[in-house]
Every structure is written in C-alpha cells, then in structure tokens.
Design a protein around this ligand. Structure first.
Ligand SMILES: *Cc1c(COP(=O)(O)O)cnc(C)c1O
Length: 385
C-alpha cells in the first residue's frame, strides 16, 4: 500500500537521537532549547516553546490567551479534532465558521459576517483558531484586521504548515497571529515522533506557556510570592501540566529541521506534478490563495460526482483496493457525536459538509517516487473516467 503520508528519516536523524541517548540528559536537557531556538530563528519569531504534541500546544496557547469558562473559541469545521477540543479543555464554548469553497480554509468573509452578528448578540469569541489547512494559511491579513476590530486572539494552527510562508514571511513569524502552533507528528512536514511547539513574539505569553507546560512551576524569584528559601526552591503559582517534550524527540526534530527545505521542495514538485497530471480528470484540484505559499502537507482532490460513473465512496474504495492508501481530511468536526451532543447538527456548515462528500487526500510525502505517483494518477483515471 502506498500511504497518504509518511516520515522521511535517514542515518543522520538516527545518529542525532543515539547521541542524546548516550548523553546525561534524556529529558529537560539542552537539546530542547536548541530545537526551540532553531525553530524560532527559522520562523523569525522571538520565542518558541516545545511541548509533547500539538494538542498540548493548542491547550496551553488557549490558556495563555486567557480562555476560560464562559468564553468562546471559534475555528474551522474542516480540521482535526484538536483545533476545537482545546477550547473545551479550557471550559469554553466552541463554535465554527464555514469554509471557503475554493481554499477549503476558514472563510474570512463568513467570519466577518458572523462577528457582526455576534457583536449584536454579545457573543463575540475570545480566541480564533485559524487552521492552515493542507499547509496553506488562511486569509490572515483580513483575519488580523478583524481580530483588532473585535478584540479576539488569533492562534494559527499551523500543524500542516511548518516551513510555509504567508505574505512573504515564514508562518510562525507572529505578524498576523499572536501564537502559532506546529505539530511534529510523523505524517506532518518534519517529525519528532510526537511533538509540538508554540511560537510567539510576546514575552508575557512565552513565560506563561513555559510555566503551563511544566506544572505551573517557576524558579524565577521575580514571579514568586515570597523570597526564595534557597537554591532548591520553586513555587507553583498556577495549575499547569506535564506537557514537556523529551531531548530524544527534540534531537530528532532538530535533525529533521535541517532538511525542511528539501522536504518542502519535493512536496511542491509532487503537488505541481499532480496539478498537471490530473488537470483533465473530473476532479476539483486544490487552489492557492495569492499570499500563501503552502508547505503541501496534503494534496486533496474533490470528486465531481456528476461527471463520474462512480460515487465518491466507490472512487475512494477503488483506490484503496488498488493499493493506494488514500485518506479523507476531514470529517466536519461539528458532526462528531461529541459535538452533536453540544447542539450541532447536519446543515450547520454546508460548505464543509459538501467538501466532506467529495474530498480525497492523495499520497504526498518526500519519498513518494514519480513512478508511484504515476500509478496513483493511473488508478484515479481508471476510476473516474
Ligand atoms: C495533527 C494535527 C493536530 C494535532 O497534532 P498532534 O501533534 O498529533 O497533537 C492539530 N491540528 C491539526 C490541524 C492537525 O493536523
């Protein structure tokens, strides 16, 4: 089976991990800080806080934004569960804004309309999780304007978009979002096995994120309520978690980071090949928005059922039977039983639902060969013509 995504590891990655295994520090050692600094530099951000996964990163980013019971978090329905669940962890209400029919990202114009209404109703959100679906940022310029006008915090969920850029600057630079979250899960752009990170330019947020990832503890005398008792002393000044990443994982992440440009180069090349090879099939292909350069985590096509003999599901199953490990990103989050129990229903976000009825994620990862890709295209042609 050709998978839809997979990691690219080589001997230098393995050596980097082994080196840490032979060192004094398996966790909370110096490699974590090196990984954070390298990511911050790469993204032109002032601070980077590494954690055990992007779900944890989203959780503490929401807490750092002050999200709590009675507040509201809005996000796209076309995302992984974690982009919404982080609001629920904080006791906030979660709501969604429908997607743009072309980019499949949260629609900034729909957002504007919803905000106008919410202002009248007194139900404005405190946090917007702007998901960079498939590796391409949303219309962040417009979203940032709305954030100022309506006073909410933008957290970019850039789990798909490590190494992408927007308006000529790296995703994570903090120009359009207060915080940016990355995932280093093996199917994403670079991996640390499990791992996540929050980038920000705001010192107050960085300090809070560092504290929340480790039990709410501080060793900084300036944050303490009384003078230090001695060199052993620490204080817990709020309720935090153990969301730390290990030095082993950070070593892998750091080693992978040195290959980021190669990975993205190959992903772009493969995406351009799909664009060309699939152009005449009854499929809707991904479209780019002018300011965003995608990291190409996913290459999604939409089956134009009225032009095919087979249904979306038959095309999907036909590909799987032919050894093409396609996937579907995403089942609209509001249709999950957990969210239905909170009051959401079919028909709430029609663009995301229409998208769900047509979408297929094709194999895309740096080690996918041209020959494998040709095979995927051949199978798609056979099934849709
Ligand atoms: C993968 C992913 C996450 C969660 O990442 P983990 O590191 O697995 O916790 C969150 N949001 C999006 C959009 C993702 O794709």
């Amino acid at each position: 089976m050709i998978p839809y995504g997979r990691q690219s590891l080589d001997q230098t990655d393995i050596d980097a991990v082994v080196e840490v295994l032979q060192s004094d520090w398996l966790t909370q050692g110096p490699t974590i800080e090196r990984f954070e600094q390298a990511m911050a530099e790469r993204c032109q951000a002032d601070f980077a806080v590494a954690v055990c996964n992007a779900t944890a990163a989203l959780h503490i980013a929401c807490l750092a934004a002050g999200l709590g019971p009675g507040d509201r978090l809005w996000t796209s329905p076309n995302t992984f569960l974690a982009s919404a669940n982080c609001g629920r962890y904080c006791g906030a209400d979660v709501d969604f804004v429908d997607i743009d029919p072309l980019t499949w990202n949260l629609d900034a114009y729909a957002l504007e309309a919803r905000l106008e209404q919410a202002e009248r109703d007194g139900t404005l959100p405190k946090v917007l999780v702007a998901v960079a679906f498939s590796g391409q940022s949303c219309d962040l310029r417009k979203i940032a304007e709305l954030a100022v006008r309506y006073n909410f915090t933008v957290i970019e969920d850039a789990s798909h978009a490590v190494g992408a850029s927007y308006a000529g600057r790296p995703v994570g630079c903090g120009e359009f979002a207060a915080m940016t979250v990355f995932s280093f899960h093996p199917v994403k752009i670079i991996t640390s096995a499990e791992g996540g990170m929050v980038l920000t330019n705001r010192p107050v947020l960085a300090e809070r994120l560092q504290r929340l990832r480790s039990h709410g503890m501080t060793r900084d005398p300036q944050q303490m309520t009384e003078p230090s008792h001695g060199p052993w002393y620490y204080q817990q000044i709020e309720l935090g978690f153990n969301y730390r990443i290990t030095d082993l994982q950070a070593a892998l992440g750091l080693s992978q980071l040195s290959k980021l440009d190669d990975f993205i180069g190959r992903r772009r090349e493969l995406a351009a090949r799909y664009d060309q090879l699939l152009a005449y099939l009854p499929l809707t292909l991904p479209s780019s928005q002018p300011e965003a350069e995608s990291a190409w985590h996913l290459y999604v096509v939409r089956v134009q059922a009225e032009r095919c003999n087979l249904s979306h599901r038959q095309v999907f199953e036909g590909l799987r039977s032919a050894g093409v490990g396609v996937n579907l990103h995403y089942i609209p989050v509001h249709l999950q039983p957990y969210y239905r129990d909170l009051g959401f229903a079919e028909g709430d976000f029609p663009e995301a639902e229409r998208y769900y009825a047509e979408a297929i994620s094709l194999p895309l990862y740096p080690l996918l060969s041209d020959e494998q890709q040709d095979y995927v295209v051949e199978q798609l042609r056979r099934l849709t013509e």
